[in-house]
Ligand binder design. Structure first.
Ligand code: TYM
Length: 327
């Protein structure tokens, strides 16, 4: 069976973009593949975190992903910092990653522009830690949104370089990027992607938003002046809403265009908002249940780390031996 690995940062609000671009696929892939999932909390400290809030965000993210449908019995689901092999392999891979390669990463360029007062070395070497995450599990496929594509390409390059020097060690992973949903845009500025860190609360939907907030945000979503629901270049707002609607209902563009023929944007936005609220409702309910049972959560992530470490340790040993560390 093919191996799937992916991770998400527990850096505050998990958005509809995270859900439709990645998490929804994580859940669906569980039936067919061997899946391993993680909260990438080591990545999160590349941006300064308040300790108590960081701890709470991590626990909430864990509960939320269970609520989305990760089955921890089937798919080891762990917290990155609890499996030390990630940091260990990342160091080794750092020594096989070129400065120039990291410098070309668009996420590094964006983030260092956004946080000019804290362009730390971790932010720079973020992609080699991500490469370690993926390569430790010999993953075939990595379900992510479009914004992580460049990091997966770099992962392949690092793996290929290491294999070239020392013989077959790492499987070369491929991104698994959905056709619709890979890049959900901001509801307020549909030229930019929906992001956890957006200051404007109306621009992004959190998976845990209340239905009335979801409705308000969709009703205020920026569209255009044509008043016709159809997919076309330049209609970024409408295209985005059609994509979201398609993801939660499974309908095609043609079906959506037919459904709203002759109707205005008001109807369209209300229908999309209702469909999203309805889709997310059971997740929010399950999240509340999981948060009432902290002992269960703790037991789950401890068990996940144990299962993950068995696999990770094997790969790390092999790497250390090949490089020439005294055994
Ligand atoms: P993160 O935490 O920023 O995002 C988690 C997942 O959500 C996707 N995503 C989106 N998809 C569609 N539309 C959007 N607007 C949108 N915003 C975010 C991301 O592509 C991602 O799949 N570096 C990663 C975490 C990570 C990782 C890994 C991923 C660490 N190690 C190993 C895969 C494999 C990140 O920061 O994702």
């Amino acid at each position: 069976r093919k191996v799937i690995f992916s991770a998400i940062q527990p850096s505050g609000t998990i958005t509809l973009g995270n859900y439709l671009g990645a998490l929804k696929n994580w859940i669906e892939l569980q039936d067919e593949y061997e899946c391993i999932y993680a909260l990438a909390d080591l990545h999160t400290i590349t941006v300064r975190q308040e300790p108590a809030k960081f701890r709470r965000n991590t626990l909430e993210a864990y509960a939320l992903l269970l609520a989305c449908g990760i089955d921890p019995q089937e798919s080891p689901f762990f917290i990155q910092s609890q499996v030390p092999e990630h940091a260990q392999l990342a160091w080794v891979l750092n020594c096989y990653t070129q400065f120039g390669e990291l410098q070309r990463m668009t996420q590094f360029k964006d983030k260092s522009q956004k946080h000019p007062d804290n362009i730390n070395a971790g932010l720079f070497t973020y992609p080699s830690l991500m490469a370690a995450d993926i390569l430790l599990y010999q993953a075939d496929l990595v379900p992510v949104g479009v914004d992580q594509k460049q990091h997966i390409e770099l992962t392949r390059n690092i793996a290929d370089r290491f294999n070239g020097l020392y013989g077959q060690t790492f499987k070369l992973p491929e991104g698994y990027i959905p056709e619709t949903g890979a890049k959900i845009m901001s509801l307020q500025d549909p030229a930019r992607k929906m992001s956890k860190s957006d200051e404007n609360v109306n621009s992004s939907i959190a998976v845990l938003d209340r239905p009335e907030d979801i409705m308000r945000k969709f009703k205020r979503a920026v569209t255009d002046s044509e008043a016709c629901v159809r997919r076309a270049p330049g209609k970024d707002g409408v295209n985005n809403l059609m994509g979201i609607y398609s993801c939660v209902t499974g309908r095609t563009d043609e079906e959506i265009e037919a459904e709203f023929a002759g109707k205005g944007y008001g109807d369209f936005k209300t229908t999309v908002g209702e469909a999203v609220a309805e889709h997310l409702r059971p997740i929010r309910e399950k999240f509340d249940d999981y948060m009432k049972n902290k002992d269960y959560l703790e037991q789950c992530y401890a068990e996940g780390a144990r299962k993950a470490e068995v696999i990770a340790r094997k790969t790390l040993r092999k790497v250390m031996k090949k490089v020439g560390f005294l055994q």
